[in-house]
Design a protein around this ligand. Structure first.
Ligand SMILES: *Cc1c(COP(=O)(O)O)cnc(C)c1O
Length: 396
């Protein structure tokens, strides 16, 4: 048996990433020294806070090759996705649009799926299209569903459970050909793959601070200026963020998010290479100890930190996690991990219920060490052996 470590090993970087120490350092003065409201530009402290916020906004924009004026700061990607989808629909409705169809895919994050579904009550027509066994959007289904009455297409850049990278440039081209708006939830993609809003022809793109080694409670929506994309705000107030997102900006969080994006732009590709090494090391060790271990959604291009692993022998992921309490992994997305239902993402890529229930999601990140992956693989292998003997089947 593996010796139990004195602290948990964290391999759940899709749920959230640790705050980079450089991000924490950049934030500190905006908690401790200058607490001013960045909208208080009548005084020196307010102006300094505003300057810091605008510098950070520039770093966020740079990460996706956008202009700083196209970045609307929000509380996170959930809010950004709601603002993109509902804001675009409500603005279009106010202009008396004929475009009523809103298209998305079955493996999107809940906040996209629910935003799209909620629009039915406002006279829109939600369309939720399938993905293939790799988790890739079915482009033929998209071509068949899209027409001149389509308002918006929303497709995530990288899936938060299986890590698959969508062909955004192809999807953007299809959306633009039909004159529809193109939105992408890039919460899991930012800092992991290159993102260029011109190349993918995005009109709207959502980001989250805590998925890029920044703080929780901050994110952004990119809103294209040329040609200008118009949105209705979700709430009323003082008119901050070009009237699209009222409320006092959380200067420390904005500064931290900006620093996280600045670092991601420089180090993202280096991280990806190192993370791929840890992933391979982890998978080799675990596969050697667990014969029949399978990687879900094989074949598609994925972000390097992701492994969606189905365990053999009739053992559930939940049983393995219970037997390996010092390994922090997950059975699916963080938001639905308390649910008894197996992951709708895994079902959508064609996995049966028992395989979905036997699946663990592994998220390796910037600060995952070789020792971390060695320890986690050993503890998970022990847990699987223990749990499978509990099911009455021999571990080997
Ligand atoms: C985490 C995540 C979100 C939600 O982001 P928050 O900033 O936590 O609101 C949305 N979409 C995807 C793909 C995510 O991974």
């Amino acid at each position: 048996m593996t010796a139990t470590p004195n602290r948990p090993v964290y391999l759940d970087c899709h749920a959230t990433t640790p705050v980079d120490p450089r991000v924490l350092a950049a934030m500190r003065p905006w908690w401790e020294d200058n607490f001013a409201n960045p909208a208080s530009i009548e005084h020196a402290m307010g102006r300094a806070a505003e300057e810091a916020v605008e510098e950070a906004r520039g770093y966020v924009a740079d990460l996706i090759c956008a202009d700083a004026r196209e970045i609307i700061l929000t509380s996170g990607a959930t809010e950004a996705n709601n603002l993109a989808i509902k804001g675009a629909a409500r603005f279009a409705a106010s202009q008396g649009t004929d475009r009523r169809r809103v298209i998305t895919f079955a493996t999107e994050h809940k906040c996209v799926l629910e935003s799209v579904r909620d629009l039915a009550a406002e006279g829109f027509e939600p369309v939720i299209l399938p993905v293939d066994g790799k988790g890739l959007a079915d482009l033929d289904a998209l071509r068949a569903a899209i027409d001149h009455r389509t308002l918006l297409v929303s497709v995530m850049a990288v899936n938060n459970e299986i890590g698959v990278i969508q062909d955004l440039a192809a999807i953007g081209a299809i959306a633009k050909e039909a004159g529809a708006l193109f939105h992408t939830d890039a919460a899991q993609a930012a800092g992991r793959i290159p993102l260029d809003v011109e190349e993918i022809r995005a009109d709207l793109l959502s980001l989250s601070g805590h998925k890029v080694y920044g703080p929780k409670g901050i994110g952004a929506l990119y809103v294209r200026r040329r040609p200008r994309v118009r949105l209705a705000p979700l709430f009323s107030g003082g008119g901050q963020e070009r009237g699209l997102r009222s409320g006092t900006l959380a200067a420390p969080l904005v500064v931290g998010f900006g620093e996280a994006c600045r670092i991601a732009a420089i180090e993202g590709l280096l991280d990806a290479g190192r993370i791929a090494g840890q992933r391979d090391r982890f998978l080799a060790a675990l596969s050697a100890a667990v014969p029949g271990l399978a990687v879900n959604a094989p074949g598609g291009e994925k972000v390097t930190g992701n492994l969606s692993l189905a365990f053999p022998g009739g053992v559930t992921a939940q049983a393995i996690m219970e037997a390996a309490p010092m390994v922090c992994v997950s059975t699916g997305s963080a938001c639905s991990s308390a649910e008894v239902e197996p992951s709708y993402v895994l079902r959508a890529i064609g996995l049966d219920e028992s395989r979905a229930r036997a699946t663990l999601r592994i998220g390796i990140g910037r600060f995952t060490s070789p020792a971390d992956v060695d320890l986690a693989a050993a503890m998970l292998a022990d847990a699987w052996a223990k749990a499978s003997s509990g099911t009455g089947r021999a571990a080997e």
